[in-house]
Write a protein that binds this ligand. Structure first.
Ligand code: SAH
Length: 206
């Protein structure tokens, strides 16, 4: 199932004109399939309401939409990325349609969802420090459970953030993002980013 999902998600196109300030690094299909497979095994996708915060070109939202969720909402503030995400939907052709929303994912227009999936900006670039903290805070306010990707070395920060909100990190794994050279400050042709992914049960998880 995981390999079939990866195959399906390999049709997802990335950013046309990636913005360094918005830290637009797409999740590769293999990592997206790994994360969503974990979510599926925990019963966090089928029949659930799912939100993808900072959906970019839709990778995680479209993957979640193939797992028979009740509903998928995907929020992104870059209209160009959202346009690509909409074009990606028929390429993946999920049974459940995604609701694409243009807006600020750190102030999501949602009262609550069962599950958040996200690969938010990491806050590594000047001007976006602690960007992932704002996304975690938004998640704590709306989600029962979340699956999120952060830069390597985030584990203690994420664990203490979750604990402060009455939540708990239940799973953590390391992965690599092989991102094509897309920004001028990258020196090599391909750049590998070490990342960590977490499953967090928030206070309201049931
Ligand atoms: N989740 C996508 C994209 C990751 S890159 C994927 O997995 O492939 C992070 C995304 O967050 C970018 O598309 C960026 O435009 C978006 N973003 C950054 N700040 C945002 C905000 N405040 N609200 C909504 N989207 C935001």
């Amino acid at each position: 199932m995981k390999r079939a999902l990866e195959q399906r998600l390999s049709a997802v196109e990335g950013f046309r004109d990636p913005s360094a300030a918005l830290e637009q690094y797409p999740t590769p299909a293999d990592l997206a399939a790994h994360l969503l497979h974990l979510a599926d095994l925990h019963g966090d996708l089928a029949g659930r309401t799912v939100a993808d915060l900072g959906t970019g070109t839709g990778m995680l939202a479209l993957g979640a939409a193939t797992r028979e969720p009740e509903r998928v909402l995907a929020i992104e503030r870059d209209p160009d990325a959202l346009a690509v995400a909409r074009e990606n939907e028929p390429r993946v052709d999920p049974a459940v349609g995604v609701d694409w929303l243009l807006g600020d994912a750190t102030r999501p227009p949602l009262a609550s969802v069962d599950t958040v999936v996200m690969n938010p900006p990491f806050g590594a670039q000047r001007g976006s420090e602690h960007a992932d903290r704002a996304f975690l805070a938004a998640t704590a306010g709306i989600a029962g459970v979340s699956y999120s990707i952060h830069n390597a070395g985030s584990k203690s920060f994420v664990e203490s953030f979750a604990a402060d909100e009455g939540g708990e990190v239940t799973h953590a794994f390391a992965a690599e993002l092989d991102v094509a050279r897309q920004f001028e400050f990258h020196t090599s042709e391909r750049e590998r980013l070490d990342v960590e992914a977490f499953r967090i049960e928030w206070a309201g998880y049931s």
